[in-house]
Design a protein around this ligand. Sequence first.
Ligand SMILES: Cc1cc2nc3c(=O)[nH]c(=O)nc-3n(C[C@H](O)[C@H](O)[C@H](O)COP(=O)(O)O)c2cc1C
Length: 426
Amino acid sequence: MHLAAHFPGVNSTTVWSDPRSGSQIDFTSFEHLARTAERGKFDFFFLAEGLRLREYDGRVHDLDVVGRPESLTVLNALAAVTDRLGLAATVNATFNEPYELARRFATLDHLSGGRAAWNVVTSSDAFTGENFRRGGFLDRADRYTRAAEFVSTARELWDSWAPDGVPRPFAHHGRHFDVCGEFTVPRSPQGHPVVIQAGDSDEGREFAAGAADVVFTRHGTLEAGRAFWADVKGRLAKYGRDSDDLKIMPGVTVVVADTDAEAQQDAAEIRRLQVSPQNAILALEQVWGRDLSSYDPDGPFPSVDPEPESGFVQGRVRVADPFAVAAKWRALSEEKGLSIRETVIETTTRQSFVGSPQTVAAGLTAFVDGKAADGFILVPHLTPGGLDAFVDRVVPLLQERGAFRSEYTGSTLREHLGLAEPVWKG
Ligand SMILES: Cc1cc2nc3c(=O)[nH]c(=O)nc-3n(C[C@H](O)[C@H](O)[C@H](O)COP(=O)(O)O)c2cc1C
């Protein structure tokens, strides 16, 4: 089993009202979570990325955490206070350039002794693009053609230095990029930093099958995980790749307590804190695309229909079929007599593994044995101490079961993940 730690950030998973919550910017927060992950022998530490603050009816959305530092800078600093832990940064393949980014990832790989990973995300939206010179320049249909060319150009750049340390002239003339010259950074310890993909469309899955080492997914139930696993792994053969060449790691949450009953109680309380009355209305507005602030979160659903094309809530993942979601929520609320807030709590429940340490360890193992996942990216609900209980109480049980390593056997992230060194294609 592979394990990674997601640093909680801009999302409604985090319980900021908890007195144990700390800063999401102070370096000591990153250091605490990373050291905890390394103490637990995790494969890697993961940072997500947001390139614009979320907005709500034209104003910065004050229910979200506002502000987070740039990931690669944070990871370079973490490289100095950790030894073995992989360091994964999410960086957009739409609003960057391959030469510059390849340089920065190769640098992190050198500074960390072969622990760098790049989570390649895409964005075609003009809202994010307004922060960049070109604006929203890319058609949605092109987001993965650019990402694929971006990654292959980066790999060509990483290969442009021979393993014996001699640089070669480099030229790439493609549809999206024109790069010509010599690369500044010698071949790094992993040859190519590990590439992660996050994105769930058909094109996203195809890109992952052809180009990624790890997939970060949101499929956190056993059935959805198995279907996703089978689908993505089934695409590998046409790229000449085996099932083990690509690791599938859903983002999951864990609530662990002495007994199952206590953990269930804790989980319900965490959900109540995550879905505050204001957050319940926000969740509704995200689906409906309109101002619903006059509605009572403890009352019934609005009778108005969603406005799918509105730009009311900006910067969040678009709800694919707002009418279907609205119909489902209304039906559930009527059937069970639930208020808006209770319905949102019930339909957006994120706690994937809840229970005693034994129950959680058994649940995680069942996912891996059942081919629903190769491992997990754990998303704690507290910064920075949200992983402590898992590492202290669940990891030892996984180790006893032989499901997870007791010591690091390698020093690079590729070694932790059991991924082969890329063959030099100079
Ligand atoms: C699990 C997961 C995590 C993601 N994390 C980020 C992120 O940190 N930053 C970001 O800009 N986009 C993130 N994305 C968005 C994707 O890069 C992509 O833009 C989006 O999923 C649309 O692509 P798709 O149609 O292939 O799903 C994430 C997507 C998924 C599924």
